[in-house]
Write a protein that binds this ligand. Sequence first.
Ligand code: F6P
Length: 344
Amino acid sequence: MTRVGILTGGGDCPGLNAVIRGVVRKASQNNIIVVGIKDGWKGLVQNIASDIAPDSVDDILQKGGTILGTSRTNPYKNPEDVAKVIENYKKMKLDALVAIGGEDTLGVANKLSKENKGLNIVAVPKTIDNDISATDFTFGFNTAVEVATEAIDRLHTTAESHHRVMVVEIMGRHAGWITLYAGIAGGANLILIPEIKMDIDEICTSLKRRKACGKAYSIVAVSEGATFKEGQFATQEKELDSFGHVRLGGIGEMLAGEIEKRTKIETRYAVLGHIQRGGSPSSFDRVLSTRFGVKAMELVLEKRFGFMVSLRGTNVAAVPIQEGVGTLKTVDMKLYDTAKTFFD
Ligand code: F6P
């Protein structure tokens, strides 16, 4: 074992650099060179990579984003790209590859591992969305929740002053984890997530009830992926990315408009967007990422290929990549029930 590649794919998230630092540190202690592949799978398709000097990662623990760059390139879109990935893995003289990513990047890692094409892959799950199965948490999630919670705290004071409804649109794709956690932590009065279809009549009734009993303002936290009950509103057709995902966004504006029209309560909306993904990782995420990075390199040293690092309770474990990518991990309904205790 002399050369190990590393790549980060999909949406960036706070903690990626801390994982890279963990991998490089553990590798250099075992006289292994880590090759940094640029921009996710794109770097393997196009053969763009360079060795990472161990000293160069000393100060990246606190830095958001990824020093390797990222892309949403899916080599399985073109069969020739898969062949290039295999060819360039050999050209780079890699003995193993650490692939850090969400369901898409890990889906590619899983396929490549299963197809037995000579690539030795260890995976690390990342995403602010926290929607990867077989791990209790992904890094990046805690930071996104902190950002969204702070935003909700700030919205309380302006909503209260103006006696308004404030709708806050939160990322998370088709899982409501960030919205649910930030909604609970920020004391939102309604939390709307993709796991439960929204009913505009119920939403408006609840907001009017709050107003009628003297609660002058309301905060509504809505996931970007939340949808209305069948027949209420049609979903907009939008462009798909190379993994077939629609670009989400816009539900906050739409919901705020409907609420104002139906309740006659002045309503505004805020979209947190990529602010949730940028900036420094929280201390929780720094610790989790560091543990994941070191564990990933340990799996490489043990030749446990086809495995993904995972948080199980308080332990960092290894699970087959397949378990992480099989199904989307949606929110814990018991936690949602707790949140509902505070809806009016
Ligand atoms: O998967 C992470 C995520 O931030 C989602 O919450 C969001 O829907 C998506 O990525 C946005 O992707 P992009 O950065 O390509 O706009």
